[in-house]
Design a binder for this molecule. Structure first.
Ligand code: BGC
Length: 756
């Protein structure tokens, strides 16, 4: 009874604190409520709003699938497209998704512009996630490059190709922070860290949108999924998100804020609920935070049927209620559910909804259409795509991006790069001569036939000088083990073996969550059998998520995480294996030893009993408390030494900045690039702080024997966080600064932030 009473008091306190925080946020927001309303549009936009009927307005807020499903027979498909054109002619649709090809899109556009009453052009959105036809490595892999300029370039190429195919708008970047590799969509994001995630998010926005949204090679971007979609309970897609306001603001919102600051034109509301209120009906995040506090002035689209899913959530009584809740929360466009155009006119007639709410949403959509130049130039040159799609330049960047994202996890005895003198290589595994799975999830209009497999890429690199003897060994999933023996024979007859294992493209991505993150099927047996031959051996892991590979990590001397590398997979792998490129990528997410360690991430709290050899501490008794490979980890073919760490001062006053520097030396025999990382730790806070937080990184290129001093500047805002009063500020006290090659190793020193 006493315990129960105590529990209730604690809960009530927590609820009060939360109410206070929300109350505080809302008060701030209400004072600025003017900002949340869509500011007045151009004369054209205002004239259109004045002239449109309610149904036509709701049409602008309606997005429909583009009628391109190939499983219909031609007659049915034709009839469906004619129906869609009729809807456009009647002003019932403002946008399509999943429509590809300049000719088809121009055809729909002609109906909108020339045959509908107001001639408002359509905006066509598509999932251009990591390339259009030239498929780049999956986003998680690109994040491993820690190279925002390269990420920006690949996003720009995706924009060039997609725009040439008639697309105006991409549902990317996905900026959800994810600390759970079971979640299939971890492949689409930038990993576990809000700092790295924010930098990559902004780079992708810049890459897609460019400097001029009206340019023919620009794609309107959409930061998704707002918000906290990457934190579902148990890593199960669409599942409940129940997190503190502090975690929401510190971990999950920063990349969205970075996207807004980079000028992202649209946002997508998430499927999940956040602490009891589904994101798609969450006025607090969708309007108060996004518009009032951050000043976002683009429009928000719901996720696919997320509006009517409010009913299944148990948040709306029916579709009509759902539509009213979503638009009132700040979701301007309804992706595919049709609830807006079906129900909102009645809500206005009945006095349940203010027409100004609809007008604001329409204004945002029309202003966006205007901002990307659709009113002036609604059509796409149907010849353009022939010049750009999958051109050599694009393939070149895809190759660069892939090799820069491959993480060297282990290289005992320097098996890599492969040495001259090797005459026969056994190339083994279900992903070694595989085209489809190299593309990864969400491969837009990418085609398996475009992919250079690892077998082909290696063959091209060695010509006739080295024999590449391929044997599949086993399938990725299921299948029999008969092939393993054949693979063993091939390995025995070769000088060394390269074994490519991992996941299919479909094992990650939307709804593709896994309760087990070991190597699927019989692949570990295959690796063990090849290892037993005693031949020198390399394992390449091709996957959309971190996989738990403790046996491989312990026994196999050389491991490279290659992710799903895209169309240039084979060339990029060959570049890394033969040393044309020295790997420099670093993990954007922790690799656990087993699924039971999840969630495991570097920026965890210390707890009152941090893990140690002592018994009563926070750890599992059946597995070490450390991860298999920590965040930020990645090796090179050379070695780097860290020395002479210095701070510019030991005390810092508010408003001042402090510099931290260290000397990095290439102590090996070949040139290489190192990504030098800076972490801070706030030792005492009015709320407890993580044991480390990334606050800077720099790439340094060093010849053998060369040293360079790398300097970082820390300002007060780098030290700030949402304190116990939910104010974003730095608290006086001691801060530890670490500079190192990953989130575990490196040198540390400290300074004190003193009160004025
Ligand atoms: C996904 C979004 C995607 C949309 C349109 C949804 O199921 O969650 O990320 O943009 O479909 O394809």
């Amino acid at each position: 009874m006493k315990l129960f009473a105590h529990f209730r008091v604690a809960n009530i306190c927590a609820m009060l604190a939360m109410t206070w925080v929300i109350g505080y946020q809302v008060t701030v927001a209400r004072c600025e409520s003017q900002k949340a309303a869509a500011a007045i549009g151009s004369k054209r936009v205002e004239a259109l709003i004045a002239a449109m009927s309610i149904d036509e307005k709701l049409g602008q807020l309606t997005q429909r699938p583009g009628g391109m499903r190939t499983d219909d027979n031609p007659e049915v498909a034709h009839a469906k497209r004619e129906d869609l054109k009729r809807e456009v002619r009647e002003g019932k649709v403002g946008s399509f998704l999943g429509a590809f090809g300049a000719e088809y899109i121009n055809d729909l556009q002609r109906v909108a512009v020339e045959e509908s009453k107001h001639g408002i052009p359509l905006i066509i959105g598509n999932d251009i996630i990591h390339g259009c036809r030239t498929i780049f490595p999956i986003p998680l892999a690109e994040a491993a490059s820690w190279d925002p300029a390269l990420v920006e370039r690949s996003a720009h190429i995706a924009a060039v190709e997609a725009a040439a195919m008639g697309t105006h708008w991409t549902f990317a970047p996905m900026v959800d922070i994810c600390r759970d590799p079971r979640w299939g969509r971890v492949a689409e994001g930038n990993g576990e860290d809000p700092y790295l995630g924010s930098i990559i998010a902004a780079a992708r926005v810049r890459g897609f949108q460019g400097d001029d949204l009206k340019a023919s090679d620009s794609l309107l971007a959409c930061a998704k999924h707002f918000a906290a979609y990457g934190a579902p309970e148990g890593g199960r897609d669409y599942n409940t998100v129940d997190i503190s306001m502090a975690t929401l603001f510190e971990v999950h919102l920063p990349p969205f804020r970075a996207a807004v600051d980079a000028g992202v034109g649209t946002m997508m509301s998430a499927f999940n609920e956040i602490n009891g209120v589904p994101a798609t009906a969450n006025r607090f995040i969708m309007t108060e935070v996004l518009r009032s506090q951050w000043g976002f002035d683009g429009f928000v689209v719901s996720d696919w049927t997320a509006v009517t899913e409010l009913v299944a959530h148990g948040y709306a009584r029916d579709d009509a209620h759902a539509a009213a809740l979503a638009i009132d929360a700040g979701v301007d466009m309804d992706m595919t559910s049709q609830a807006y155009r079906t129900h909102l006119a009645k809500a206005i007639d009945d006095g349940h909804l203010d027409i100004r709410t609809i007008d604001d949403a329409v204004r945002r959509v029309l202003k966006t259409k205007e901002s990307i130049g659709l009113f002036d130039d609604p059509y796409t040159d149907p010849e353009l795509h022939k010049k750009v799609i999958l051109c050599d330049e694009h393939r070149g960047v895809a190759r660069e991006s892939a090799r820069r994202s491959m993480v060297l996890l282990k290289n005992d005895g320097n098996v890599l790069p492969l040495k001259p003198g090797i005459k026969k290589i056994a190339l083994i595994g279900p992903l070694a001569d595989n085209q489809r799975d190299m593309l990864g999830t969400w491969a837009a209009i990418g085609k398996a036939e475009d992919v250079v497999t690892i077998r082909t890429g290696m063959g091209a690199a060695v010509g006739d000088e080295v024999a590449i003897n391929f044997e599949i060994g086993c399938q990725i999933e299921g299948g029999d083990v008969a092939g393993i023996q054949k693979a063993v024979e091939v390995a025995r007859a070769s000088d060394m073996a390269i074994v490519v294992v991992g996941e299919t493209a479909g094992m990650s991505g939307e709804a593709s969550c896994r309760s087990n993150i070991d190597l699927p099927g019989h692949q570990l047996e295959l690796v063990k059998a090849i290892h037993a031959t005693g031949k020198p051996m390399v394992v390449l892991v091709a996957s959309g998520r971190p996989l738990a590979i403790p046996w491989v990590a312990e026994h196999v001397p050389t491991i490279v995480q290659i992710w799903h590398p895209g169309v240039e997979a084979g060339h990029a792998v060959a570049d890394v294996l033969f040393g044309k490129v020295n790997p420099s990528a670093k993990l954007p997410i922790t690799i656990p030893r087993n699924v039971g360690q999840v969630p495991i991430y570097y920026a965890h709290k210390q707890t009152g009993r941090p893990p140690s050899d002592s018994f009563f501490t926070s750890k599992y008794s059946d597995v070490p408390w450390t991860p298999l490979y920590p965040f930020g980890f990645g090796l090179s073919y050379t070695k780097f030494g860290y020395s002479k760490m210095k701070l510019s001062q030991v005390k810092m006053k508010p408003g001042e900045s402090i510099t931290a520097s260290a000397t990095i030396t290439n102590t090996g025999d070949v040139a290489g690039e190192e990504i030098v990382q800076l972490y801070i730790r706030d030792l005492v806070g009015s709320r407890t702080r993580p044991v480390k937080q990334l606050r800077g990184f720099k790439r340094v290129s060093l010849a053998p024997g060369e040293s360079k001093t790398i300097t970082f500047t820390l300002t007060e805002s780098d030290l700030a966080y949402w304190d116990s009063n939910f104010e974003f500020k730095a608290e006086p006290g001691k801060f530890v600064v670490s500079i190192g090659p990953n989130s575990v190793d490196g040198m540390s020193t400290d300074f004190e932030l003193i009160a004025e």
